[in-house]
Design a protein around this ligand. Structure first.
Ligand SMILES: Cc1cc2nc3c(=O)[nH]c(=O)nc-3n(C[C@H](O)[C@H](O)[C@H](O)COP(=O)(O)OP(=O)(O)OC[C@H]3O[C@@H](n4cnc5c(N)ncnc54)[C@H](O)[C@@H]3O)c2cc1C
Length: 514
């Protein structure tokens, strides 16, 4: 990465950065992506591991987001079937619950309709008995029934790794434990970053046409490397999960529940022989490097789960693992609660050209990547062979005009064989080295390939290169394995080609005579 400049440097190797790196590399940008820790070590490995339409967002009226997420769910089920699996959910309804049955029914229809044939399966409405049959451990007091609907579950960290590997296969350069510590601004525009290798402490610089800040909950910190007074884009919220032995709860489906403590929608999700319960959603000022589950968070989750599965009697001693992450949510207008903050994303360009992508979620990472890379201007890409023209003598000008940066390669052939430095036709600049170049590197296989299209003697000389036909055919005989008859055939063929091209002259003469 430090060796030569890239088109796009992505700071952040979570799902957003991985998606951007893959998209950019596939579009042909020279791409580098760095993470200060492990790939996916930020929020992207601390999620609820759902690839979901976002049933919760219906309550906030975010229909566009649900539509977009449902579409992405369908795509990801298709492109990563080993990592994204359909998952049936039960959403039980109790008498007096915050979300009444009629509202849930309407929501389920809307959820499926917004998926517009992208849904995993259509939802079904279950009565009390059918619900109890499916999940006997559920509290039956006041139970009215349940919605059975479908979303998908993933392994979030593996999804990042798979996307990163795909980016690397498309040509992206990937570095972990490489932290961007400062931005290079040679002319006031952001043109790369200073890096610190977190394992060795070594510093280096990466030059880039465009730097994309995809640092998740750290995006405002990276923005402050560009401008210490930059307005924060995020209002992150903390989300905690706990994992407990599945047999303690005894469920088979994923469950969507409204916490009896504060009415928030939460999940109990199966994961092999564990269940994980999540999530909390609270404003948090903690640094993304230090966020952790508190005893209050854990008690909230366990009490909420116990309220629906009374036999579980979960206590903090049952917790096998916990994880806490910061959602990199866009800073909302005032008066919006943490849970109601939007999951939309935004791409923001700073006055010095730093592109920041903020907000979003795991499910919509491909859309974020597309929107981010759409803002990267296409670099002026030279065609192979382009180079500065600076040669002074006639041969050099001739070669540069035809071969550009490959002129040097043509001249290198002369180093191999001095005879190749001689002109083919005395007084003209074309060299024997060009014949060798045409065969060895430009796939010429016929005499006409060389004289017509590679060397242009056919067009550029009044004799149309006929005097050169025999000597060039003789030279070509060795690399192309021609025997004497074949050589003669090529020369005759070339002469006929020239004659055919001159036939008009005879016709014109006849027309003139008559
Ligand atoms: C509790 C919780 C549950 C969630 N559940 C879901 C869910 O079920 N489904 C869903 O779709 N979404 C979910 N989300 C949202 C989703 O997880 C995030 O939106 C997504 O993972 C963010 O990815 P990211 O790549 O933008 O950020 P991150 O994954 O945090 O990646 C940013 C990376 O930038 C790196 N970085 C930071 N600073 C620098 C620097 N200076 N130099 C180099 N690297 C740097 C960090 O090390 C980090 O790895 C959840 C989020 C939370 C918190």
């Amino acid at each position: 990465m430090a060796a030569e400049p890239v088109d796009v440097l992505v700071i952040g190797g979570g799902i957003t950065g991985a998606g951007i790196a893959r998209d950019a590399a596939l579009r042909g940008f020279r791409t580098a992506v760095v993470d200060k820790g492990d790939l996916g070590g930020g929020t992207s490995s601390l999620s609820s591991r759902l690839i979901h339409g976002g049933i919760r967002y219906l309550e906030q009226g975010e229909l566009r987001l649900v539509f977009e997420a449902s579409h992405e769910r369908r795509v990801l089920l298709g492109i990563a079937p080993h990592l994204v699996h359909p998952l049936p959910f039960l959403f039980p309804v109790y008498r007096g619950a915050r979300i009444p049955a009629w509202k849930l029914r309407a929501g389920m229809w809307l959820y499926d309709l917004l998926a517009a044939f992208h849904n995993v399966k259509w939802h079904r409405w279950l009565g009390r008995k059918a619900t109890q049959r499916l999940e006997p451990g559920l509290r039956d007091k006041e139970l009215k029934g349940a919605a059975l609907y479908y979303d998908a579950q993933t392994d979030d960290a593996r999804l990042v790794i798979a996307t990163m590997r795909s980016a690397a296969q498309a040509g992206a350069l990937v570095a972990n434990y490489a932290e961007a510590t400062a931005l290079l601004k040679p002319d006031g525009r952001v043109g790369g970053a200073t890096m610190r290798d977190r394992l060795t402490g070594q510093a280096s610089t990466i030059r880039a046409l465009v730097v994309v800040n995809a640092a998740g909950p750290w995006v405002d910190r990276v923005r402050s490397l560009d401008d210490t007074g930059a307005d924060p884009l995020l209002r992150p919220t903390k989300g905690v999960h706990v994992a407990v032995p599945r047999k303690r709860i005894g469920h088979t489906h994923a469950l969507t529940l409204t916490s009896p403590i504060d009415g928030r929608v939460m999940f109990v999700l199966p994961w092999d022989d564990l269940s994980y319960i999540g999530t909390t959603d609270s404003d948090d000022d903690a640094s993304p490097d230090e966020v952790r589950a508190t005893a209050d968070d854990v008690v909230y989750l366990l009490r909420s789960a116990n309220a629906f599965f009374p036999h579980a009697r979960l206590s903090p001693a049952d917790v096998v693992a916990s994880w806490a992450g910061l959602r990199p949510l866009l800073r909302p207008p005032r008066d919006v609660t943490a849970s109601a903050a939007s999951r939309e994303h935004r791409v923001v360009e700073s006055p010095s050209g730093l592109l920041t992508i903020a907000g979003g979620k795991l499910t919509t990472y491909r859309v974020m990547a597309r929107d981010g890379v759409d803002r990267v201007p296409a670099p002026p890409r030279e065609l192979d062979g382009a180079m500065d023209r600076g040669a002074s003598d006639r041969t050099a000008r001739h070669l540069v005009a035809r071969y550009g940066s490959e002129s040097a390669a043509v001249l290198n052939l002369v180093d191999r064989d001095r005879a190749l430095g001689r002109p083919i036709v005395a007084g003209r600049p074309a060299l024997w080295a060009e014949v060798a170049h045409a065969v060895e590197r430009e796939m010429a296989v016929r005499l006409s390939d060389v004289l017509v299209r590679r060397l242009h003697l056919f067009y550029a000389t009044s004799d149309q290169g006929v005097p050169a036909a025999s000597p060039v055919a003789e030279w070509l005989a060795e690399p192309l394995g021609w025997d004497a008859p074949r050589r003669a055939e090529e020369v005759t063929g070339y002469r006929e080609l020239v004659e055919r091209s001159r036939a008009f002259a005879k016709e014109a003469a006849t027309v003139g005579e008559s």
